[in-house]
Design a protein around this ligand. Structure first.
Ligand SMILES: [Cu+2]
Length: 152
């Protein structure tokens, strides 16, 4: 009887341990995919010879879309020449995705006084995923149980 119950609990432990590993693997995949899944699009209007909002803070991987709500051509052109939407005609829009943490000052190539800034920050990874914590907890408990049962 002791052997049988020992065998069953060992099988149960293996199931619990492999389930925990699967939960941890699944949540690490979710954490890895999270930044791109959460990537946002931030809208900036070109209106009245102004960028609105003029100063924005975004996360790495986010996309900024400039929409020309004016009656004249505008552009969003990085002061350092790193990126440029090119000419955006009235009613049209142009997008740029930012993949590096940096602060950019930009202007309109047609109106030098038309300026804005983009601060690109690194998003904080969501390591506090409840699935990952649950998996780690489950794995720890089952490892302790396995170690205890081996001592008997
Ligand atoms: Cu302009």
């Amino acid at each position: 009887m002791a052997n049988t119950s020992g065998g069953i609990s060992r099988v149960m432990m293996r199931v619990v341990v492999s389930m925990s590993i699967m939960v941890i693997l699944a949540s690490s995949v979710a954490i890895t995919l999270a930044p791109s899944a959460r990537a946002a699009t931030i809208n900036v209007s070109m209106d009245g010879n102004e960028f609105f909002p003029g100063d924005i803070t975004i996360d790495v991987g986010d996309t900024v879309t400039w929409t020309n709500n004016d009656l004249v051509l505008h552009s969003a052109t990085d002061d350092g020449g790193l990126w440029d939407t090119g000419s955006v005609s009235p009613g049209n829009s142009a997008s740029i995705t930012f993949t590096e943490g940096a602060t950019y000052s930009y202007h309109c190539e047609f109106h030098a006084f038309m300026t804005g800034t983009i601060t690109v920050g690194t998003p904080i990874p969501e390591l506090s995923s409840p699935f990952a914590l649950f998996g780690i907890l489950l794995l720890t408990v089952s490892l302790i149980a396995v170690l205890r049962s081996r001592r008997k």
